[in-house]
Design a protein around this ligand. Structure first.
Ligand SMILES: Cc1cc2nc3c(=O)[nH]c(=O)nc-3n(C[C@H](O)[C@H](O)[C@H](O)COP(=O)(O)OP(=O)(O)OC[C@H]3O[C@@H](n4cnc5c(N)ncnc54)[C@H](O)[C@@H]3O)c2cc1C
Length: 415
């Protein structure tokens, strides 16, 4: 779309999985619709890059979590994207002797006991910090904290117990061979999107809603807001009149930080396909590694929480350098000459994400519903953070966009 229309029935802000889900659900409704996207591409936090001629890399989402309930699985099949149903190597497999089986069994026992205690606290309705469910003095506590940084993007002390408990995990995690980001981009291909259109103000004082954007002003009857919570909390996108309840809810659901890196691996055939590498390092500040995903000649690293944030702050290349140091510590320094940085994410520095995925702060599990609630039957809210049970995920985001679009249609039918 080359220029911005001056007026539409429905404007959707953000062309990530949520905004594209909303646009799809409004197809055939007879309404004029436009998706306003600040970036020069669609997909948002779903983004696949060709990191080298041999390596496809998902910079954001990679796993079709809860695959049996994931709406992107059927979309992938419709769009002829191969779905890989191999189970991930997170739990059972580990490469070499760096994390011996007996230690791993012990760690998994501690992790399961932690989950049981978390569940018991949630049953009592207590929205305590998840760190309260650690067993005092357990030697695996730092690693359990590290797992929280990978899952939630934050340490346990900042994680709401009720929010963690509300997440629906069916333990099936599939993948897309050509990339999850590529799938989301293909899903959005025919949606009416205005790119490089940064929305700065949503003025809902008048009869019609007026949007101020970097491409000019636009009037709309209904608006669906799908931008990440940190942008609402920081008021990078503003409402007039102000909506303090939305800003507060977004503030209770900050985006934590998770970052990924891919390293080219020479002599790849000497390493297992789909291997898992994690050392029993007894600390929270460490990466976790996936060796040769899809058999590709690379190792993918994953970092979370304040450690990932610190690495981002250390500058471009710091995540790759940290990965190579950790892998050399685990497998011996000979491997250094086999590894070459290809690509790393810096999601906290990304101006239109400002983090990776949302978690509720302790005491704030209810903020997801507060953020999702429409205002005056004119402003609607979607995005992963508004999903009641699949928050943090791309399919949760997509489904939330569809939900918001249905709310728009229901509101119109009441006029
Ligand atoms: C490292 C990482 C790993 C992940 N792994 C997984 C995984 O394995 N599986 C999974 O399901 N999920 C995963 N996720 C999460 C998943 O990517 C997100 O939950 C999902 O993509 C969010 O979609 P969304 O539409 O809610 O938000 P976004 O994708 O962020 O879309 C919002 C859009 O709004 C745009 N925008 C922002 N501000 C403005 C503005 N002012 N004006 C106009 N446009 C604006 C943004 O540019 C963006 O395109 C991961 C994320 C990261 C970062």
């Amino acid at each position: 779309m080359s220029s911005l229309p001056s007026s539409v029935d429905v404007a959707i802000i953000g062309a990530g999985a949520a905004g594209l889900g909303a646009a799809h659900a409004l197809r055939g409704s007879g309404l004029s619709v436009i998706v306003l996207e600040a970036r020069n591409r669609i997909g948002g936090r779903a983004w696949t890059v060709q990191a080298s001629p041999e390596v496809i890399f998902d910079v954001g989402c990679g796993w079709l979590h809860s695959s049996d309930k994931n709406s992107f699985v059927s979309i992938a099949r419709e769009l002829d994207f191969e779905v890989n149903t191999d189970l991930p190597p997170w739990r059972e497999r580990a490469f070499g002797n760096v994390f011996p089986q007996s230690d791993r069994d012990d760690f998994m026992g501690a992790m399961d006991a932690f989950y049981q205690r978390l569940w018991e606290v949630a049953q009592k309705g207590e929205d305590a910090p998840a760190s309260q469910s650690l067993e005092p003095g357990n030697r695996w506590n730092p690693m359990i904290d590290a797992i929280s940084t990978y899952i939630n993007g934050c340490e346990l002390k900042d994680m709401s117990t009720l929010d963690w408990d509300a997440y629906e995990d069916s333990n099936l995690n599939w993948r897309i061979r050509r990339g999850y980001g590529a799938l989301v981009a293909a899903y959005g291909e025919n949606c009416p999107v205005a790119l490089s259109c940064n929305v700065t103000l949503i003025d809902h004082a008048g009869k019609r809603i007026r949007l101020e954007t970097s491409l000019g002003t636009l009037a709309a009857d209904k608006v669906i807001v799908t931008v990440p919570t940190n942008l609402i909390a920081d008021e990078a996108i503003r409402f007039s009149p102000q909506l303090p309840a939305k800003v507060d809810a977004a503030g209770g659901l900050p985006l934590g930080v998770d970052d990924k890196v891919t390293l080219a691996l020479a002599d790849a055939d000497a390493f297992p396909k789909e291997g898992n590498l994690r050392g029993a390092t007894m600390r929270t500040a460490m990466g976790t590694y996936h060796i040769r995903p899809f058999g590709q000649p690379c190792i993918e690293g994953f970092f979370g929480g304040s450690f990932a944030r610190d690495l981002e702050d250390a500058g471009d290349g710091a995540i790759a350098a940290q990965s190579i140091d950790e892998i050399a510590d685990l497998l011996g320094s000979d491997i250094r000459r086999k590894l070459k940085p290809l690509y790393e994410s810096r999601w906290a520095q990304d101006p239109f994400a400002r983090g990776s995925y949302s978690h509720a702060l302790p005491g704030h599990a209810g903020d997801r519903a507060a953020l999702a609630a429409p205002v005056d039957e004119r402003l609607f809210f979607a995005g992963e953070a508004t999903s009641p049970n699949f928050f943090t995920t791309a399919h949760g985001a997509r489904d939330s966009g569809e939900r918001a679009a249905k709310e728009v249609l229901a509101a119109l039918s009441r006029i």
